[in-house]
Ligand binder design. Structure first.
Ligand code: HPA
Length: 269
């Protein structure tokens, strides 16, 4: 199935991106920056899961950025939508087979670390997989990489160094933190957030981790960027909502687009 999608893309466009970026909830404006881009609705690509969440577009855009060919995945499939782990990582695996060697994953996340504020951009240094599944579980033997991939530097230091450097040059504030992935789709309770803080999480979200595991298996280098769309449950005296997540995405849109535009051509692939 993965190979079929890859071969379909080979026929659909002559472009061969080496770098891909996944754009999460409310963070999809960047795709419009790609020059001479082709936009392919996920629904046209064989076997590609189509996301159903508001704020997730469901389009693969491929085009030029600073002399580099880049693929932008606008929208992703989530476990909480009922997709299987294999479906959630389908796009990453197709990108890997297609020749992508580096991937940037953006997401919306709740801020657990009290030094963060709404709208902050945080580089993911490491993660906690609390979703109760792993995309590599199963019979194996798909020829995608090792059965037991090393995850001791799942978010390579070199990419984070480049990301910090570019942020400094652009005058964009970034922090670093550990991302905890929950299944969702309910937001966490305040007790769950205290627990996550105690086990070392700075951020909480409902995506990215399966994709990062699949990317690591294939030897794709990963950078994760979380946008703190809200402070996590129980921190502020207010309720959480998907509306706030989308509004904050809107708020940081300009900064994130500028950041990705400067950063992507600098990542070594
Ligand atoms: N929790 C989980 N996922 C999220 C949050 C949150 O507070 N904000 C955005 N995605």
């Amino acid at each position: 199935m993965i190979r079929e999608a890859k071969e379909w893309l080979d026929r659909r466009t002559h472009l061969r991106p080496r770098l891909a970026v996944v754009l999460g909830s409310g963070l999809q404006a960047f795709a419009r920056e790609l020059e001479d881009r082709v936009e392919i609705p996920y629904g046209e690509i064989p076997h590609w899961p189509c996301s159903t969440v508001e704020g997730h577009a469901g389009v693969l855009a491929v085009g030029g950025l600073g002399g580099l060919q880049v693929a932008a995945l606008c929208g992703r499939a989530h476990l909480y939508e009922g997709y299987t782990p294999a479906e959630v990582v389908f796009g990453v695996r197709v990108m890997g087979l297609w020749g992508v060697r580096g991937m940037v994953f953006t997401n919306a996340a709740g801020g657990i670390n009290l030094s963060y504020a709404r709208g902050a951009l945080v580089l993911i240094a490491d993660h906690l997989n609390l979703q109760g599944s792993n995309p590599l579980a199963g019979p194996g033997g798909e020829g995608l990489g090792p059965r037991f991939p090393d995850m001791s530097e799942a978010y390579p230091l070199r990419y984070r160094e480049i990301a910090r450097q570019v942020a400094a040059e652009e005058g964009i504030a970034v922090s670093e933190g550990v991302y905890a992935a929950m299944l969702g789709p309910s937001f966490e309770t305040p007790a769950e957030i205290r627990y996550l803080r105690a086990i070392g999480a700075d951020l909480v979200g409902m995506s990215t981790v399966p994709e990062v595991i699949a990317a690591n298996q294939m030897g794709i280098r990963v950078l994760g960027i979380s946008c703190v769309t809200n402070m996590a449950a129980g921190i502020l005296p207010q309720k959480l909502s998907h509306q706030e997540v989308l509004e904050t995405g809107e708020m940081v849109r300009g900064t994130l687009v500028r950041y990705l535009k400067a950063l992507l051509p600098r990542l070594e692939v």
